[in-house]
Design a protein around this ligand. Sequence first.
Ligand code: HEM
Length: 128
Amino acid sequence: MSEASAFERLGGEAAVRTLVDRFYDLMDLEAAYAGIRRLHPDKLDGSRDKLFWFLCGWLGGPNHYVERFGHPMLRARHLPYAIGIAERDQWMACMIQAMAESGLDGALAQKLAESFFGTADWMRNRGG
Ligand code: HEM
């Protein structure tokens, strides 16, 4: 019996879209995330689509991002933005809040937070 992917446990594409939209809504709304909000373009539509496409594949669902852009090279694509511990921690707090407010199962949210942390920490490209 194969184990269900995180994508399936989450609830498929509609649930991933809900999570990504909440993530970027919060980034726009909450003063605590202003530090990473200002690294992003004024309009977040493109950022929303890219994170949605990426996360579908990253969670074990369809590879929308790779089909459009090829290998993610996520660390290289983040090099134009100064990412230190503060930015990593804001990204994580924003995602953890988005998962809680999108009604994710607590155990799944905990597991995903650990995986997100590995990726977010790997994105750091400057000290502090
Ligand atoms: C560590 C803190 C992070 C910061 C400050 C950050 C910031 C950014 C910014 C400013 C962009 C450009 C947005 C745009 O062009 O519209 C971006 C793009 C992106 N980020 Fe992050 N990010 C972080 C972590 C992550 C993590 C952990 C993931 C995945 C789990 C991720 C996935 C992506 C993807 C898929 C893109 C689009 C890349 C492209 O095709 O250009 N980011 N990020």
